[in-house]
Design a protein around this ligand. Structure first.
Ligand code: NAD
Length: 331
């Protein structure tokens, strides 16, 4: 298939170039994000390939369908940025990469926890300046702490396994219980018990209407003082202004986020010469106990390899008229 590849970064080409040469497909790379404004670039292509930061809404789907695009190949697992109804209306098929490396995201989640707790980012800078003082670097043992895991799908379960290895007690919440969590000694509970008992709360559920702003003023009030909240799932699971209040009141002791509600206007770009207009992220960045990464939890060699392989396989299956098992269809 003739594929227009949007939001191209150097690491995309590193993994796609060698594999596409061995495939029946041809890729044209664009650095632009795919929008109604840039949609003319997709003219004459059979498929467009987009990343998770690329909203695929009704006007865009109408536009690309008009240019003859048959498929949107998502280089992501999540598809909450796609209007599936509109895709159906315009006859555009949507494929995704369901589970490219749950361990990549789970391990980054642990990296956020350890950095916030043991302050290795501060120690790194201190030691480079010959400052070997330990003042202000005290952390806490993970061993024996209670970790609340919201969402125990592929990533949440991988995270539970790692934290069980640290000797943590695992409390989980998920409407669909996973037997693997019980096997590693975790316990399912309700959200209220999880909020009130956990020392660390980590979010691994999808962004859907029921989970939007699940971390809000009321849920924060139920939490332990000095709680650590970690979000590597989707930004809008957290009500940012409620979390800022919780941090200012010292109710929340630590916040680690790889995703942010308004990340579309910020993440994946070098804005070091720009004046950031988003006051909430600026406020978050000013706290000493907040660690932000720019949606990089997925970014490992293994995950990029899997994303590449599955994206191309989805398109090959479609082209050959086979069932595409990773197709996303509106209910
Ligand atoms: P998954 O579908 O395997 O698991 C999601 C789990 O959430 C399921 O078990 C589901 O039952 C559960 N769930 C659904 N509604 C819930 C609710 N109301 N409360 C609690 N749990 C609920 O998905 P996954 O592959 O484990 O991914 C989890 C999330 O991680 C994705 O939704 C995505 O947003 C995010 N993600 C982030 C990155 C990153 O780089 N930061 C990369 C990949 C995925």
């Amino acid at each position: 298939m003739n594929i227009a590849f949007f939001s191209t970064k150097s690491y995309d080409r590193t993994y796609f170039d060698p594999l596409v040469q061995k495939s029946p497909h041809k890729i044209t790379y664009f650095e632009d994000i795919l929008t109604v404004k840039t949609a003319t670039l997709a003219k004459g292509f059979d498929a467009v390939c987009v990343f998770v930061n690329n909203p695929v809404d009704a006007p865009l789907l109408k536009e690309i369908a008009g240019y003859g695009v048959e498929v949107v190949a998502l280089r992501s697992a999540g598809f909450n940025h796609v209007d599936l109804e509109a895709a159906k209306t315009h006859g555009v098929r949507i494929f995704r990469v369901p589970a490219y490396s749950p361990e990549a995201v789970a391990e980054h989640t642990v990296a956020l926890i350890l950095t916030l707790n043991r302050k290795t980012h501060k120690a790194y800078n201190r030691v480079r300046e010959n400052n070997f003082s330990l003042d202000g670097l005290a952390g806490f043992n993970l061993h024996g702490k209670t970790v609340g895991v919201i969402g125990t799908g592929t990533i949440g379960t991988a995270f539970c396994s790692i934290m069980a290895g640290f000797g943590c007690e695992i409390l989980a919440f998920d409407p669909n219980k996973n037997s693997r969590v019980k096997e590693i000694g975790g316990t399912y509970t309700d959200l209220e018990a999880l909020f009130s008992r956990a020392d660390i709360i980590s979010l691994h559920c999808p962004l859907i209407p029921q989970t939007r702003h699940m971390i809000n003023r009321e849920s924060i009030e139920q939490m332990k003082d000095n709680v650590m909240i970690i979000n590597t799932s989707r930004g809008a699971l957290i009500d940012t202004s409620a979390v800022i209040t919780g941090l200012k009141q010292k109710k929340i002791g630590f916040l680690g986020i790889d995703v942010y509600e308004q990340e579309d206007n910020l993440f994946f770009e070098d804005l070091s010469d720009e004046v950031i207009q988003d006051d909430e992220i600026a406020r978050l960045m000013a706290f000493p106990n907040v660690l932000i990464t720019g949606h990089q939890a997925f970014l490992t060699a293994e995950a990029l390899q899997e994303i590449t392989k599955t994206t191309l396989q989805n398109l090959t299956d479609y082209e050959k008229g086979r069932e595409v098992k990773n197709e996303v269809i509106s209910d």
